[in-house]
Ligand binder design. Structure first.
Ligand code: TXA
Ligand code: MG
Length: 346
């Protein structure tokens, strides 16, 4: 692994953003907040930098990265846009960018993105993130920036600069502190490479919102497969993910002794009294719950020993809107954890 070095904490003023852009342009690793979660950024055009990203995260190299751009024009310039869903791609970009949507598109022959970013696939994942600081950072960097979530592989995504430093201090050059992320869950990943759109990861843009623009959308299973389109599993759709160290139990309506209760909308449970109770949104607001989920999982982990916790029981959550993304992350947190995730079969 890379030799440890100091990680600079940068303020999101003009000087901080300029410094972050300079570090990126020099091939450095800079974490920054987006509207969704913090990303671990580096030049998507530099093989050496992309290899550093994988190493800093401990991420398997078969799991491709999202490239971030300042505009849809810049993003689509790396793709082969001679596709059946060409018009849909532009409509989605107009409606949702900058914002929490990632599009999977065929890779253009001669794209500047290095092959390691896309894990050797012939498709790429692109997005234009939202936020005053990240938008200025991408404009100043003026290059595609690859950025997976800024956590160690398999762990919960970071929604504050503190979370980033907890796992990556000394492994990256800098973190641009843009405050807590306003969405709190990762972007929605929508695959436009086939004849109809396929939702590969629910996220900050809801399925209902996508359907307003796209009409019918196929929803892929957790393994990235599904629907009418038969293609190999998208790498990175590993089921176990977002794993806190405590076991997670879903759809809990009653509690076992020493369980923490992660609830929503002031819902109560039967059984033992909770060792610790955390309501993601007492008012039942899904946006608030999304914003708070990852910090709540981290908090439960950090205080597990003090409260003698043996597990996290999660109340049933709504299935509509952002509830779909919340449930997806919690299902991954609850999934069995193989010691070594098996690479997807080609
Ligand atoms: O909100 C987000 O998307 C954050 C911020 C930093 O932008 N980024 C993020 O990146 O969540 P990451 O690497 O943690 O998740 C990217 C997801 C993975 O599930 C990966 O497998 C998938 O996108 N992905 C990337 N390229 C792909 C491709 N060509 N085909 C299918 N899936 C792809
Ligand atoms: Mg991630």
């Amino acid at each position: 692994s890379a030799p440890p070095h100091r990680t600079e904490r940068l303020d999101q003023d003009h000087d901080g953003i300029r410094r972050a852009a300079r570090l990126l342009r020099q091939g450095g690793l800079v974490a920054f907040g987006t509207e969704t979660v913090y990303g671990l950024g580096g030049l998507a055009t530099s093989l050496k930098t992309v290899e550093h990203i994988f190493r800093a995260k401990g991420r398997p190299s078969f799991n491709p990265l999202i490239s971030h751009f300042a505009s849809a024009e810049a993003a689509f310039a790396e793709a082969d846009m001679a596709i059946p869903l060409h018009d849909m791609a532009w409509e989605l970009a107009r409606r949702f960018w900058p914002g929490p949507l990632t599009l999977i598109l065929p890779r253009r022959t001669g794209s500047r993105l290095c092959e390691a970013v896309t894990a050797g696939l012939d498709t790429l994942a692109v997005r234009v993130p939202k936020g005053r600081a990240v938008e200025e950072l991408l404009r100043l960097t003026d290059q595609p920036v690859a950025a997976p979530s800024a956590n160690r592989s398999g762990r919960v995504s970071p929604s504050t600069a503190r979370h980033v430093l907890d796992e990556l201090d000394g492994r990256i050059d800098a973190v641009l502190d843009t405050g807590p992320c306003p969405v709190g869950l990762e972007s929605t990943v929508l695959d436009l490479t086939g004849s109809q759109p396929v939702l590969r990861r629910p996220g900050g843009v809801t399925l209902e919102e996508l359907q307003e623009t796209c009409g019918p959308v196929t929803v892929a299973g957790h393994d990235g497969t599904g629907g009418s389109i038969s293609r190999p599993n998208a790498p990175g759709q590993l089921t176990s993910h977002y794993a806190p160290s405590l076991p997670v139990r879903l759809e809990a309506t009653d509690l076992k002794p020493h369980e923490a209760f992660l609830t929503f909308g002031a819902r109560q449970a039967e059984g033992a009294s909770p060792a610790l109770s955390l309501d993601l949104s007492p008012d039942g607001n899904l946006e608030e719950a999304a914003r708070r989920l990852f910090a709540a999982l981290r908090q439960l982990d950090h205080t597990a020993a003090r409260h003698g916790l043996t597990g996290i029981a999660v109340a049933p959550l709504p299935e509509n809107g952002l509830g779909r993304a919340l449930r997806d992350r919690l299902e991954r947190a609850a999934a069995p954890r193989p010691a070594e995730p098996a690479p997807p079969s080609a």
